[in-house]
Design a protein. Structure first.
Length: 344
């Protein structure tokens, strides 16, 4: 069985790594998309990992991924995992008790709910009386680029046949387009439907800061998110509304960095946050059904899939999503008809 994975970001690398473990006798080709020097979503990712997500499906993937990461010294080393607490602010408590119970079942002692009074004591300000947060002790951050390179290297060592940094020729039994933000354009150029896929700008900035920094946080009320960066910095970002962005020309918008700084300063008035010293812009692929998942493309049974749609959050879910995708791909291999996907 010959599998071609187009794209060597975190998603594609982990999918190849899973396949090299599940079916080591398959031929796996990882075709890098020639974007050397470009800041793809893997390289730009802030690398925050935690179990809590608002969406139940994404929460299961994030929790499964975190459990596997924490349980594997090899993965922690590959990913340069650094533990830190995480706080996710919500406007109300609806659904949080069940979510925390789900996390606690897998990671005892990790998650709890903090009310507005407790958060105020931790330096948060501007809270409404009903505001609550999920606080996780067993969270942290990874280096997605390092995990990608380690997974590719291990796949190369374990797979009977693998090719990297090549333009593959000939048909494959199964083809997976895991090219991130380049996926919609590649599908269209190959005559395949891409209407469900869109690109969106992702941006964050790094600021010098004085004072006691919060750990990893997501403010679900204002939208600002952040985590400590290095010894003295604070990474901050807010969601953008810039859709259908050319992945070869990711924007960086100074006004977004200013907005993130202002919102974080209002939420943590004990901090002195300086102007951005670094602004990062990237582009990721979104799907109508959110989440990193294997999706068939084109005629049924022809063996063409995408593995994308992580929408900027793949670092949290990629381990579990790649196992799920690889398992499904192995099942599909029994009935696939070879279909070419060419870059034009």
């Amino acid at each position: 069985m010959r599998v071609r994975i187009i794209g060597g970001g975190l998603a594609g690398a982990l999918l190849a790594w899973r396949l090299s473990d599940l079916v080591p006798d398959w031929r796996v080709e990882v075709v890098l998309t020639g974007r050397t020097g470009r800041v793809d979503a893997t390289a730009a990712s802030g690398g925050a990992v935690r179990a809590y997500e608002d969406d139940p499906g994404q929460r299961r993937l994030a929790l499964d991924s975190l459990v596997e990461l924490l349980g594997s010294p090899t993965l922690r080393r590959w990913a340069d995992f650094r533990p830190s607490a995480a706080t996710y602010l919500r406007r109300d408590r609806a659904g949080l008790d069940d979510a925390v119970a789900e996390i606690e079942h897998r990671l005892p002692g990790s998650a709890r709910i903090a009310d507005a009074a407790e958060l105020a004591g931790l330096g948060w300000a501007g809270l409404a009386p009903g505001d609550v947060a999920v606080v996780e002790r067993q969270a942290g951050q990874i280096a997605p680029g390092r995990l990608r390179e380690a997974a590719l290297a291990d796949s190369r060592a374990r797979c009977l046949e693998s090719t990297l940094d090549v333009v593959a020729t000939g048909n494959a039994d199964l083809t997976v387009v895991a090219a991130g933000a380049w996926t919609p354009g590649l599908l269209r150029a190959s005559g395949l439907p891409a209407d469900s896929y869109r690109t969106k700008s992702l941006q964050y900035s790094v600021h010098p800061v004085e004072g006691t920094r919060p750990g990893q946080f997501v403010d679900g009320v204002t939208g600002v998110y952040g985590r400590p960066d290095g010894a003295y910095g604070l990474l901050l970002g807010v969601p953008t509304d810039a859709w259908d962005i050319d992945p070869d020309a990711p924007p960086t918008t100074p006004a977004l960095a200013d907005r993130a700084r202002r919102l974080a300063g209002e939420r943590f008035p004990g901090l002195r946050i300086g102007p951005a010293r670094l602004r990062i812009g990237s582009v990721d692929c979104y799907h109508d059904e959110p989440g990193l998942a294997l999706r068939p493309v084109g005629p049924p049974g022809h063996g063409v899939f995408t593995f994308t749609g992580g929408a900027g959050g793949s670092a949290k879910t990629a381990l579990a999503a790649s196992l799920r995708a690889a398992t499904r791909l192995v099942e599909s291999g029994r009935t696939a008809q070879p279909t070419p996907v060419e870059r034009r």
